[in-house]
Design a protein around this ligand. Structure first.
Ligand code: ACM
Length: 276
């Protein structure tokens, strides 16, 4: 199976131009799954919720998704992309899996980062793994990396490959995703942005260094910090099924969930039980 990412620097608000750029970049690619960054068509640094609402699209009638589906049909591959999703009056920072037949799955970011909380609604979709050709694919978005539960739940749902659209500004995620891959014995593809987004109300510089990691926590490829990069790797997806560490140790069946109860309590329940 051939998986990869396209790292680039979208221009804020230029949706059509950003879509065209992606389509041009993927024209000669031979792959099964390509991962794009978080919010790669709208840009990231919204002034407020109103500005986001003007740029977000409803998935069923989205021209952007339509153009990606046409590309997938022509190239016979699948794309996992970040997407500013409008659903009625709600707005989500989503990841969408698109293939030759259209949209296969939508994941809405569970853990919103910093000022995203002022614009987006928190995600309300369960973490799922979806079959794409020979692989079971899970999606998470950027800051979800900080919560190891996300990658673990995707693994428990059968994911062999985790696709992570990202707009990373802090320096730790790429290293942490090697650990997420190792601790779950799964492949991961992190597609990040590079460059600086300048808006009248502020600016952000993204860290690039998109990567593909294997189930042993090895980096199979890494993009530079500050340039456009397209990377495709051949992977043996069956490596993600080898959960046995020794003849007597299996990563999933060795777990002791009866001792992990704290993980599924609400924040209020945890606080109540913590001695002052
Ligand atoms: C992030 O979640 N965009 C850092």
């Amino acid at each position: 199976m051939r998986v990869g990412f396209y790292q680039f620097n979208p221009e804020f608000g230029r949706v059509h131009q950003n879509v065209t750029r992606v389509i041009d970049a993927l024209q000669d690619v031979r792959a099964d799954i390509i991962v794009l960054p978080e919010l790669p068509f709208t840009g990231y640094l919204f002034r407020d919720r109103r500005e986001l609402a003007l740029l977000a699209e409803e998935i069923p009638c989205s021209e952007t998704i339509g153009a990606l589906a046409t590309l997938c049909r022509r190239k016979d591959f699948f794309i996992v992309t970040g997407f500013a999703e409008k659903a009625g009056d709600r707005l989500f920072n989503s990841a969408v899996l698109v293939g030759p037949g259209g949209v296969l799955h939508v994941y809405r970011k569970l853990h919103l980062f910093n000022t995203e909380k002022e614009c987006f609604d928190p995600g309300d979709t369960p973490l799922e793994a979806v079959t794409v050709r020979d692989a079971r694919v899970g999606m998470m978005v950027c800051y979800d990396w900080r919560f190891p539960e996300v990658a673990r739940v995707l693994t428990l749902k059968g994911a062999q490959l985790i696709c992570q659209p990202a707009n990373l500004v802090l320096p730790w995620c790429q290293q942490a995703m090697l650990t997420r891959s190792l601790e779950n014995n799964v492949f991961s593809v992190t597609a990040n942005r590079h460059g600086t987004e300048r808006r009248p109300h502020g600016e952000l510089t993204f860290t690039g260094q998109s990567q593909i990691a294997d189930p042993r926590g090895n980096r199979l490829c890494r993009a530079p910090k500050d340039t456009v990069a397209l990377c495709i790797e051949d992977i043996d997806i069956a490596q993600a099924d080898e959960k046995k560490m020794t003849p007597q140790n299996d990563l999933l069946t060795d777990r002791r969930p009866e001792f992990y109860g704290e993980l599924v309590k609400t924040r209020q329940e945890n606080r109540k039980e913590t001695p002052a």
